[in-house]
Design a protein around this ligand. Structure first.
Ligand code: THU
Length: 137
């Protein structure tokens, strides 16, 4: 893992919790927040934004990611991630978010998320061992 200590992860979790307060989730009532620590030292947060056409919903993790790239450009890299929800439920990042994050997250980045009975922290590469890549010959 990168040299992100537990205090830094706790701070990131706090930022994710604040972001979750802004969740727009009238359909699922599942309020998610994500916070990304970037290699430039910035922290960017996101929340889930649902839509009546349910499939258009964007998760908190992808909200944060598109915000980070929009604000800081395509060279931005993510060195730690915190995900929370306000529903007291387990919520590791979904598969779609893992694939999107894979493009920008350092393999050793710690990812902390609610698991049954408390937070769990794993590296991004443990969470997403075989992301799709396109290597044209
Ligand atoms: N959701 C997230 O924000 N992140 C995830 O990784 C999984 C699910 C949101 C999408 C939807 O608004 C609600 O949680 C229920 O699926």
């Amino acid at each position: 893992m990168t040299n992100i200590d537990q205090a830094a992860l706790d701070g990131l979790t706090q930022r994710a919790t604040e972001a979750a307060q802004n969740s727009y989730s009238p359909y699922s009532h599942f309020r998610v927040g994500a916070a990304l620590r970037l290699s430039n030292g910035e922290i960017v947060t996101g929340t889930n934004v649902e839509n009546v056409s349910y499939g258009l919903t964007i998760c908190a993790e992808r909200s944060a990611l598109v915000r980070a790239v929009s604000q800081f450009g395509p060279e931005v890299r993510v060195e730690a991630i915190a995900v929370v929800n306000l529903n007291n439920a387990a919520s590791p990042p979904c598969g779609a978010c893992r694939q999107m994050l894979a493009e920008f997250v350092l393999p050793d980045a710690p990812v902390t998320f609610p698991a049954g009975g408390g937070a769990r922290t794993m590296t991004f590469s443990e969470l997403m061992p075989l992301a799709f890549e396109m290597k044209l010959k």
